[in-house]
Ligand binder design. Structure first.
Ligand code: SF4
Length: 146
């Protein structure tokens, strides 16, 4: 079977990265991270982008994939500066690509070879909601300042 994964790659290109200066690798213990957060991030980062979740979903939703790629940074300090911009951009690209909406069937997680949890979809939804509230607050403050 051949899978065209280019739509998933475009979701990553929309925001599934952190902006960091290049250079030599920092020490692994330079930024302390609670073990629980590191474990959650590593669980999300296990996603290999295979697309089995999309294929298994009756809605052809890419929510589990996108959620894993959002969640792998949401718990880490390195992911914070672009956290809300990231989730908005990735969800926008996911919608643009024509994937279906998530209606919590759970087929994605059951089919996932890396056992990515539905909890990551909850994380994405929380971050997306916060990103819209932050935008509203900024608009309100800009109107107030103007
Ligand atoms: S099935 Fe699992 S590993 Fe594959 S893209 Fe979806 S979330 Fe990632």
């Amino acid at each position: 079977m051949i899978v065209d994964r280019s739509a998933l790659d475009r979701i990553i290109a929309a925001g599934g990265f952190i902006g960091a200066p290049t250079g030599s690798a920092p020490d692994a213990n330079a930024i302390p991270i609670p073990k629980e957060d590191a474990d959650l991030a590593m669980d999300a980062a296990a996603c290999i982008g295979c697309g089995a979740c999309v294929a298994a979903c009756p809605n052809a939703s890419a929510m589990l994939f996108t959620a894993a790629k959002v969640s792998q940074f949401a718990k880490l300090p390195q992911g914070q500066p672009e956290r809300y911009r990231r989730v908005k951009a990735m969800v926008r690209q996911m919608d643009f690509e024509g994937f279906g909406n998530c209606t919590n069937h759970g087929e994605c997680s059951a089919a996932c070879p890396k056992a990515i949890s539905l909890d990551h979809i909850a994380q994405l939804n929380r971050d997306y909601l916060k990103s819209t509230l932050r935008a509203d607050r900024r608009i309100v403050s800009e109107i107030g300042a103007g």
